[in-house]
Write a protein that binds this ligand. Structure first.
Ligand code: ATP
Ligand code: MG
Length: 566
């Protein structure tokens, strides 16, 4: 493609609302034009990247037997009412009404329509499993569309759906998708982690999120360098191996200590002569109408999700000052496990390993010191705290680190929920009707464009991974007024194109500096620069990533490019 004829409107003007590096670079490199908040035109360069991403996604899906179809975006409200999502999805679902007054959803995903598709068409267990996917535009009325293509109102998603006659068959296909996703992200040279996610509900579904590591990410993930362990910060388990009881410490006699002016947990710890992690803190919670006193080390944070799971509760709030006094018989700032009333007392696992520690005495102005496990009654211990950087990972492989992640995909075992709600069944070997076991599997195609840029850039611009680059070779003719340069450039353009490479040929009548800057900005992995040495049949070849340059005789150009793309 001749650059003079294509449409790559590079610019230096970046609106201040563009926070993410990828958003800035998409604009600078002339790849997107915003139409309204979260809605973009994908300009030619971006669209080529999108099609390359789609090609890789298709190849890896076909490889394990997923079959492509295309469902409509405009979906009758009838199906959405049947599944219940018409009511559950709230404002995020884009809705519209046609001239006859019929309601429609603009598809944010397509569980309803895939159920409608297989209904009465897949009737026997003999036809199972069925595994279908599409690459289609999606709509979500996001609260805050932002960060360019990372969170759009309109975006492209690959969504796959599978139908099975058993949970085992579902798990097999789930694993196929999981592995295919890993291959896809590997081909994009992405640093990512598959994170076992959790819907938070008791008995939540089996699901993994794929997170590309990037500072701009909205999710915090917990991982180790030592293994492929990764978890969402909300669900990361803190194992008891993190704690030990020192051997041979001297158990002291519990004492009541007056602590009238100590406000913070650090003040109290200092006053009681212990480190903060030996000052016990107690939280009074009200969950589903019952009261709980939660005991933790002074510097740990309660993880509400873990609390809900441990106690089997769903509505959690802090107990009021009034409730703490009248119901629990304590007072704010001085809560502790001794003589507390009308509540369950539960503790984080860490407190089993606290010794000679302090705690509130349930009496204004007083704490106990030299408290030890076994001194006070407790109903149960659980893993209740937020994980911290440096804690031992759940798989015991090493200390955890935190990183920000961009969710680039998710695989999900739906079970029979949708097929039951939509009443879609097949006949089993005994001729009985059964609900399908279903899985769904998403990849954010346009979000990936941004995620890839987030991980592949330098101060000059984008550095495309080889699989997704819009063009493989960027051929620069530095001075279009010099006949020998033009002649050699034209020859190389033809030769490389004939050899099957996608070449962007900068034939514009621009200064060399402009061409160099644009080439680095739009980021093709390999540049071939035709300049002063054209008369000697020598060109320069530049690796965009390493920025290394090399003079090469024209006769060995093809070989060089071939080696680069091997
Ligand atoms: P998020 O938590 O980021 O809102 P999600 O979990 O709601 O995403 P899914 O329903 O799992 O998203 O959709 C599948 C994939 O589609 C996501 O993993 C993500 O890559 C992509 N995606 C979701 N919402 C958007 C959006 N608003 N813009 C661009 N891509 C998106
Ligand atoms: Mg998701």
């Amino acid at each position: 493609m001749r650059q003079s004829r294509t449409f790559i409107p590079t610019t230096r003007e970046v609106p201040s609302s563009a926070e993410a590096i990828s958003h800035k670079l998409l604009i600078k490199a002339g790849m997107v034009k915003q139409v309204s908040a979260g809605v973009y035109t994908y300009l030619p360069l971006a669209y080529k990247v999108i099609r390359n991403i789609e090609r890789v996604v298709r190849e890896e899906h076909e490889a394990f037997g997923a079959v492509e179809l295309l469902m409509p975006i405009l979906q009758s409200e009838d199906y959405w009412k049947e599944s219940g999502r018409w009511y559950k999805m709230g404002d995020e679902l884009m809705r519209l009404i046609d001239r006859k007054g019929a309601g429609y959803a603009l598809s944010p995903t397509a569980e309803e329509i895939i159920c409608q598709t297989v209904n009465n068409m897949v009737t026997s267990y003999k036809q199972l499993p069925v595994n279908l996917y599409q690459i289609q535009t999606k709509f979500r009325d996001e609260m805050r569309p932002r960060l360019g293509l990372l969170r759009g109102k309109e975006f492209i998603m690959k969504d796959g759906y599978s139908f099975h006659d058993s949970p085992e068959s579902l798990r097999e296909t789930y694993v196929d998708y999981y592995n295919a996703y890993c291959r896809i992200y590997d081909r994009f040279d992405l640093k990512y982690r598959a994170v076992k996610a959790d819907s938070g509900n008791i008995g939540g579904s089996y699901t993994h999120e794929f997170q590309a590591l990037a500072e701009v990410g909205e999710d915090t993930i917990v991982y180790t360098e030592e293994s492929d362990y990764a978890a969402n910060i909300e669900t990361a388990v803190v194992v008891e191996d993190n704690y030990t009881m020192p051997t041979g410490f001297e158990k002291k006699e519990r004492e009541l200590l007056e602590t009238p002016n100590q406000q913070t947990i650090d003040d109290i710890a200092a006053y009681c002569g212990v480190e903060t992690n030996r000052a016990m803190k107690a939280l009074a919670l009200k969950a589903d109408g019952e009261f709980y006193l939660v005991l933790m080390r002074g510097n740990d944070q309660l993880n509400e999700l873990k609390f809900k799971k441990a106690t089997g509760t769903s509505e959690v709030e802090m107990a009021t000052e009034d409730e703490i006094e009248k119901v629990m018989g304590s007072c704010v700032g001085y809560m502790g496990p001794f003589d507390i009333k009308n509540c369950k007392v539960i503790g984080d696992n860490a407190i089993k390993y606290m010794y000679n520690h302090s705690c509130g005495a349930n009496k204004k102005g007083f704490h106990y010191i030299n408290v030890n496990p076994g001194d006070y009654p407790i109903d149960a211990h659980y893993d209740l705290r937020m994980i911290e950087e440096g804690d031992l990972a759940e798989d015991l492989s090493g200390p955890v680190k935190f990183a920000k992640g961009i969710e680039i995909g998710q695989v999900f075992e739906l079970g029979q929920g949708y097929s039951e709600a939509m009443n879609v069944t097949y006949l089993d070997a005994n001729g009985r009707a059964n609900y399908f076991h279903m899985g769904c599997y998403g990849i954010g195609i346009t979000r990936l464009v941004s995620a890839i840029i987030e991980q592949h850039n330098d101060k000059n611009g984008i550095i495309w991974p080889k699989e997704v680059t819009p063009y493989q070779v960027h051929l620069l003719c530095l001075d279009t007024k010099k006949e020998e340069q033009v002649k050699l450039s034209e020859e190389l353009y033809e030769k490389l194109t004939k050899a099957g490479y996608e070449v962007l040929y900068d034939d514009r009548n621009e200064r060399a500096g402009v061409k160099f800057n644009d080439a680095d900005l739009i980021g093709m992995p390999l540049q071939i620069i035709v300049g002063k040495k054209a008369s000697e049949n020598i060109v320069e070849i530049k690796d965009r990533k390493t920025l290394e340059k090399e003079d090469v005789g024209v006769e060995s150009i093809l070989e060089k490019v071939e080696v680069f793309y091997k």
